[in-house]
Design a protein. Structure first.
Length: 363
């Protein structure tokens, strides 16, 4: 069974439908300015949290313009048309697929009751979107990190009532890193439900808002944001406190995880002797041991150091990701690209293509 652990929707083409709110929050429903479901769709306000300048720098509609990339623009229909998506999945050779929104921060980082309502609205919408294809497409449940007291309940609702198989995990939310106690109930719920948390980053955020164009943001954004998450989970004692918590990281490459694993081990050698330097957190194992026990990481087909990651982490910690239908996806050559590698054994390839994900998702 071939499982794609990272694909996306194009919910941003019709935010007014996805985030149609009721009651006192109805005024926050995005208002469409223009017609169509395409890169050209505009809204009076989009609910995207964050620095305005950085969000503007991140915009890249020209990449998806049919005049520039007609084939890529056509592929985006798979971001909302499930029959088209299924055909593309079969073309790639994919049997199962995890689905994320493209605008991940809307349903996860808005604060208070608005944030909780947006997460719930997205989860309801995506649950309806995949109806009839639930055996193939698995939405990742949005969790309102901007309203952390509601995260656990929303995860339970999505898993128990909607059959979702994973919850989303932000890299950080405002001033709160992932070792903040406000997230503990969410981690406890994930352990109780025995579902993984998928740390899919965005490229924008407080660490990257200093950059002024999409090229710079795309280079730095996701690995910088995921590094903040990884350090908080390991050095902040989250994996010590929640030993059965399973977290997967996406779109950073496998060698990213190797670098930080060794970096944390080097610092742990001296920091473990000085409690005042660790915030009072006493780790019972080296950071690399927590990473090998609790963490998973996605890979792309053409990663130069993938074999190194397999040697250090094991193929059972690495899962395949296409990033469909985005411009930097290798679709439809991700599966064939991994199968064609000469530096991996056949069992390692099969584990990366589906075995790891099947175990992680309890399929």
């Amino acid at each position: 069974m071939i499982i794609d652990m990272d694909s996306h929707l194009r919910e941003g083409y019709f935010l007014d439908e996805v985030y149609k709110l009721a009651g006192p929050l109805a005024k926050f429903t995005p208002q469409k300015a223009g017609d169509g479901r395409s890169h050209a769709t505009r809204f009076v306000h989009s609910l995207e949290p964050g620095d305005t300048q950085a969000l503007l720098a991140f915009k890249h509609p020209y990449i998806y313009d049919p005049k520039n990339n007609p084939e890529l623009a056509e592929r985006q229909k798979g971001g909302y048309d499930m029959k088209r998506r299924l055909a593309d999945a079969r073309k790639e050779g994919i049997d199962r697929q995890i689905i994320f929104p493209t605008g991940i921060d809307i349903a996860t980082k808005n604060v208070g009751e608005l944030g909780a309502a947006l997460a719930s609205a997205y989860n309801n919408w995506v649950g309806n979107l995949v109806k009839g294809h639930e055996d193939v497409f698995y939405p990742c449940a949005a969790a309102p990190a901007g309203c952390p007291e509601r995260m656990a309940a929303e995860l339970r609702r999505c898993v128990k009532e909607k059959g979702f198989k994973a919850g989303h995990l932000v890299c950080y939310c405002g001033p709160r890193n992932l070792d903040h106690p406000s997230f503990y109930d969410y981690y406890a719920a994930a352990q109780e439900l025995d579902v993984p948390l998928l740390c899919h980053p965005n490229s924008v955020g407080e660490l990257t808002d200093r950059f002024d164009n999409f090229f710079k943001l795309h280079i730095a954004g996701r690995p910088n944001n995921c590094t903040t998450a990884l350090i908080a989970l390991v050095a902040g004692g989250v994996f010590e406190k929640f030993p059965r918590l399973r977290v997967a990281f996406f779109e950073c490459s496998t060698e990213w995880l190797l670098y930080w694993m060794h970096r944390m081990d080097d610092d742990w050698e001296w920091a473990s002797e000085y409690a005042e330097q660790t915030g009072g957190i006493a780790l019972k194992m080296a950071p690399s041991e927590y990473i090998r026990r609790n963490c998973y990481v996605s890979c792309e087909a053409d990663e130069r150091y993938l074999a190194n990651a397999v040697a250090e982490l094991g193929a059972d910690r690495i899962c395949m990701a296409t990033d469909y239908p985005h411009f930097d996806s290798k679709f439809p050559e991700t599966v064939s690209g991994i199968r064609g590698r000469s530096d991996l054994t056949a069992p390692q390839k099969e584990m990366i293509l589906g075995g790891t994900a099947a175990s992680l998702l309890k399929l």
